[in-house]
Design a protein around this ligand. Structure first.
Ligand SMILES: [Zn+2]
Length: 197
């Protein structure tokens, strides 16, 4: 590990969590906590404009349109704006606890958060990979009474059931739409989250 000359808050040996989306901490968007729109972290933002209408922030491992940064699932990675984007992990937090905080957990949490869950709601989650598992857990955290997890891999469904208490549907065995209708007394879920891919 090495620390760049402009990095003042970190030293070699610090444990840090780095967001997958790169914010500079200085621009108008970053000052409003809209890091995904950072004006300074994506030198290729102009290439995105014909497609998206505007430029986004740079993202690790997300193609040249998003800045051409190498992916972060590597032994070493260069962190731009490290004083801002690399957050020190408190000592009481283990490596395993800190690991999903950079991407998978917040992505899953946001999926649940966007549902505006009310106490007692039933939430259906499509996809039980890592992000889906965090969506399921987050939905319970935010007040869902029931979470129905949908996937085709038995081991993933089992994990959703055992670790979070979700009810499960294997869409290769039953029609997911019909099963959801039946499980909710004909009403359907209050919210649905697509956590696939
Ligand atoms: Zn910025």
């Amino acid at each position: 590990m090495d620390v760049g000359n402009d990095v003042k808050k970190l030293k070699v040996g610090d444990r840090v969590v780095v967001s997958s989306i790169i914010g500079c901490g200085q621009c108008a968007h970053c000052s409003r906590q809209q890091w995904s729109l950072c004006d300074n972290s994506n030198p290729n933002g102009g290439l995105q404009e014909p497609i998206f209408g505007f430029g986004t922030a740079g993202i690790f491992g997300y193609s040249h349109l998003f800045g051409g940064y190498a992916g972060a699932q590597a032994e070493y990675v260069r962190i731009p704006f490290a004083d801002y984007g690399a957050i020190k992990v408190p000592q009481e937090i283990t490596d395993a606890q800190a690991l999903p905080i950079s991407d998978a957990f917040p992505t899953g949490y946001m999926g649940a958060d966007l549902c505006n869950i009310q106490r007692g709601d039933t939430v259906a989650v499509w996809g039980c990979g890592p992000v889906g598992q965090f969506t399921i857990r987050s939905a319970y955290l935010l007040g869902a009474e029931r979470v129905i997890a949908i996937d085709r891999f038995p081991e993933r469904l089992q994990m959703a059931k055992e670790q979070s208490g979700a009810e499960i549907i294997n869409y290769e065995e039953v029609d997911a739409g019909e099963a959801l209708t039946e499980m909710t007394g004909g009403r359907g879920p209050d919210s649905c989250v697509d956590a696939v891919a």
